[in-house]
Design a protein around this ligand. Structure first.
Ligand code: CA
Length: 288
């Protein structure tokens, strides 16, 4: 059994996108337009209010952050100032940006999702280190979990309603993806795959929305090898953090739960932490 503890007093309506950087766990509350930070070493936490919904944030090598907000890619500084970069879907009111992460060479990948569950109108984009946006996938419904193998040659990806994890050959030099194949089929799971991270042994840790757990899957065999129950049904994402990268941090949501469900899961929306006996890989910062 895993001991899964709620950390910080922060409650998110839709907690998402955890990233460990510089001794601090950062995550977003998409619905409340906030960025949160928790430094366990100093037992300090902080929150930043933004003007728009923010789906994901990644640190920037030059300092500050890059965010995927509902109106596209932007820089964010420590004081909450937002500087617009580009919005590839400015023509499309039915979508907003969602999950994102940097590839091994420091390009920022982030995808969009339909605001009202429409299928196939979203996409996956790559912001290169020169600030240019490239379309990488179209026909997406709800772009979510992204991570790369430690040798940088495979990209793993989740389009949530498809209930599976796909793998692509990844070219670290160009950021091109090819040869899509399904490596994990989650059709039989309770809940649907949301955010995802990879450990140092190459296994994938996948948050299950409405599944009340994080599962660990081996993409080489397609099997579920571990299951971490979380005291909240809407588990949104996870990442490894802590000094040894051995703490698994898990974000959750309260959004859309009935009063009855909220009474049954009073910790919904909290940030959780557990130890799963394996280490993660360090977050990559945006290199532009
Ligand atoms: Ca998500």
């Amino acid at each position: 059994m895993y001991q899964v503890d709620a950390v910080t007093g922060i409650v998110s309506t839709l907690g998402e996108g955890p990233v460990w950087y510089d001794g601090t766990l950062h995550w977003v509350d998409i619905a409340e337009k906030r960025v949160h930070g928790y430094n366990p070493g100093r037992a300090e936490w902080s929150s930043l209010q933004l003007p728009k919904m923010v789906g994901a944030l990644v640190p920037r090598e030059k300092g500050g952050w890059v965010i995927a907000q509902e109106t596209g890619f932007a820089f964010l500084d420590a004081h909450g100032r937002v500087e617009h970069i580009a919005d590839p879907e400015s023509h499309e009111p039915r979508t907003r940006f969602n999950d994102g992460k940097c590839d091994p060479r420091g390009r920022f990948w982030a995808g969009t999702m339909a605001r009202n569950s429409e299928r196939g109108i979203a996409a996956l984009y790559m912001l290169d280190v020169h600030g240019r946006v490239h379309v990488r996938l179209t026909g997406v419904s709800c772009s979510n979990g992204l991570c790369w193998s430690s040798d940088g040659t495979v990209m793993y990806y989740i389009d949530t309603p498809l209930r599976r994890v796909d793998a692509f050959d990844f070219d670290p030099e160009t950021g091109a993806i090819a040869n899509c194949r399904t490596v994990i089929d989650l059709e039989g799971e309770i809940g649907i795959p949301d955010g995802m991270t990879i450990d140092s042994e190459g296994n994938l840790w996948i948050a299950l929305w409405n599944g009340g757990c994080v599962i660990c899957c081996d993409p080489r065999t397609g099997t579920v090898v571990e299951r971490v129950p979380v005291p909240a049904s809407r588990v949104t994402s996870c990442t490894f953090g802590g000094e040894d990268l051995g703490d698994l941090y898990i974000t959750t949501a309260r959004i859309g739960l009935t009063d009855e469900e909220l009474a049954e899961q009073p910790l919904a929306g909290r940030l959780f932490r557990t130890r799963v006996g394996v280490r993660g890989t360090p977050a990559v910062a945006y290199a532009g």
